[in-house]
Design a protein around this ligand. Structure first.
Ligand code: AHM
Ligand code: MG
Length: 335
């Protein structure tokens, strides 16, 4: 019989390499996987369940919230609040740190998540995703976690991952030992290892950017995007444009095929659009583990020390040589 590696087995085998592991982390991931299966199930039959449409509220970023965002947020919270593994949570859908309810034990880990990224696409049946990021707490054990636990630089992450709710549901994660992808087998409800040790090509063919922002960009970004569209077969140009508008899906495709995803700062969004803690850091951990790079144009994303929970950042992420090149444009080393 062929060996089937489930997510649980993979995590257990990874944890065995750490002599001090207690199994607590494995249990945390199992709780998370349960939440993800529920979100996947409901995303797949969203239209049938009549959960589509505006929930009638706006999130902390001032954007309209779809009902499925609320469902995904609550599902994550409810699956993770009682296990005793976490001391605090942060969600893109919640302005403040989320405390562990007082009736439950307090643990040593911290989680941040974007429960349903790209949800403006959901009514058109376009893939959306969930992104998560796990840290060890920095405040004393046994006490409720605080904002300090949530404001750690990405380099302190011990686990990061995302889920794409696409033609199949895939979970991709890293604990700092490579990047591994699992596909949800809907017949028996298990995540099965389908993409072990994913590596991104050093140089890609694809660029992903919302080009409608062109006139709002700095000249250096305009120059870069103009350059990669010029015809020069020797240097692999023009690059090929692919933009879904769901970061998880754009990122996932580029991770497998090679390329760059960029969301620069602009006159419209002076600090960029994407959030450091919920989107940039987890994807940065994954891309570095896959051999790529993530930058804000000047600095490594994971070196940024956050000062606000919902802080935004410009983001350039993908194949190493492609990220290097856009940085050269930004530094003015290329005309
Ligand atoms: P969201 O978290 O509110 O869904 O917003 C993030 C999404 C990303 O998935 C995507 O990359 C980006 O917003 C698209 O933005 P734009 O519509 O400006 O191109
Ligand atoms: Mg998002």
């Amino acid at each position: 019989m062929q060996k089937i590696v489930t997510l649980t087995r993979h995590i257990i085998e990874e944890q065995r390499k750490h002599p001090t592991a207690t199994g607590e982390f494995t249990n945390l991931i199992n709780d998370l996987a349960f939440a993800i299966k529920l979100i996947s199930y409901n995303t797949n039959k969203a239209g049938l369940l009549d959960v589509l449409g505006e929930a009638g509220t706006t999130n902390v970023q001032g954007e309209k919230v779809k009902k499925l965002d609320v469902f995904a947020h609550e599902t994550m919270f409810r699956a993770l609040d009682h296990g005793g593994h976490l001391c605090v949570m942060g969600s893109e859908e919640e302005e403040k740190p989320i405390a562990i309810p007082s009736q439950f034990p307090i643990g040593k880990y911290v989680i941040l998540f974007d429960p349903l990224d790209g949800s403006s696409n959901i009514e058109a049946n376009v893939s959306v995703g969930t992104i998560f990021s796990i840290y060890r707490r920095v405040t004393p054990d046994g006490t409720p976690g605080t904002l300090e636990d949530l404001l750690q630089p990405g380099s302190e992450q011990i686990c990061a991952g995302y889920v794409v709710y696409g033609s199949s549901t895939m979970l991709v994660y890293t604990t700092g030992n490579g990047v591994h992808g699992f596909t949800l087998d809907p017949s028996y409800g298990e995540f099965v290892l389908s993409h072990p040790d994913i590596k991104i090509p050093k140089k890609g063919k694809i660029y992903s950017v919302n080009e409608s922002n062109f006139d709002y960009w700095d000249q250096s970004i305009k120059n870069y995007v103009h350059y990669i569209k010029q015809i020069d077969p020797d240097s692999g140009r023009p690059m090929n444009s692919r933009y879904i508008g769901s970061m998880v899906s754009d990122f996932h495709r580029n991770l497998l095929y090679g390329g760059i995803f960029l969301y620069p700062a602009s006159k419209r969004a002076p600090r960029g659009k994407l959030r450091l803690a919920y989107e940039a850091n987890p994807m940065a951990f994954i891309i570095e583990q896959a051999g790529g790079r993530a930058s804000d144009g000047h600095n490594r994303i994971m070196d940024i020390v956050p000062t606000e929970l919902h802080q935004r950042t410009p983001l350039f992420i993908g194949s190493e040589e492609d990220v290097n090149m856009v940085e050269e444009f930004i530094r003015g080393e290329r005309p």
